[in-house]
Design a protein around this ligand. Sequence first.
Ligand SMILES: *Cc1c(COP(=O)(O)O)cnc(C)c1O
Length: 364
Amino acid sequence: MSRGTCVTVHLDNLRHNLRTAQAHAPDSRVWAVVKANAYGHGLVPVARTLAPLSDGLAVATLDEALCLREAGLSGPVMLLEGTVSATQTEQALARNLELVLHHPEQIAWLAACQVPAPVRVWLKIDTGMHRLGVMPDQAPDLIRQLQSLSQVEQVATMTHFARADDPEHDMTITQAELLNNATLPGCATSLANSAGVLFWPGRQGDWVRPGIMLYGATPAPGRSAAELGLRAGMTLTAPIIALRDLQPGEAVGYGGAFKVEKPMRLATVAMGYADGYPRHAPNGTPAAVRGQPVTLAGRVSMDMLTVDVTSVPEAALGDPVELWGEQVPVDEVAQASGTIGYELLARLSVRGEVGYSETRTVQS
Ligand SMILES: *Cc1c(COP(=O)(O)O)cnc(C)c1O
């Protein structure tokens, strides 16, 4: 039995956001990034929705990729961090996955593999993020080495931007130049994440890799998803399971973190940090009920949280409270809680239902 807590994924909004990415990078092909359970939206249903509209799907782990293959998704799938062993390399190639190669060991595993057919591989170059990738001056030799392997049909290069969310910072230009200079003629390139897609036209490369924007959250603090033309990928709701009227002088929840200062109506909602709602969300964090804005009052606990519904007297037991979604931007909840939309979405662990809605939403 469900407790009424639910995630509704707006498939049409995901499609809209993908088209928005495509409109920002009209000369690039698109890897739709569906790692981390499609940023909490459900790997397979999201992959089925986005695969027909994109040029490929990108995931972080071999397990995620195998899951896509098992679900019958047979198009291009990229492993963003490549593999972690010779065995994994063999498994990945047997399923026709596209490998990112970011250190020489991975190239050795590839060179030792039997492949059903030659594959395209992506040499990752570290242009300043300093997380993964070979150094730019090593790249030309490695590209030639890869091109000489019988397992390889095509070598492409990629890099990852560290500061593309800051349109003023010239590091992105430096990174793009380093990648382009390290790439041999004829190799396709892939540079841009969501921030690169949205803010760096002309530096995106032949293939872009949008993730967060597909789910309707912003890649850049200070630029709202709405102003970027993005629509919420999901709405998270939970029902009101209790209501009470409180008087000044009382306090709410653990530690009495919310002090009642004037008569108020308080609703208890079936959503807590065990569902992935951030415990750090303070008093005043936005939510909505019956289309009206309301705010958190009191500390978030494991299975419940409390909201001030004084301004919505018609709020009733069982009413769904939107914790984030089409009305309450996930980015606002994230900001209030000292984090980013990415984390709230990817950590979601709702004990309830996940529904997939095709409803077309009209937003101004
Ligand atoms: C996760 C990831 C992306 C997507 O980044 P967003 O900021 O979510 O758009 C792109 N490229 C790589 C290598 C990634 O790991």
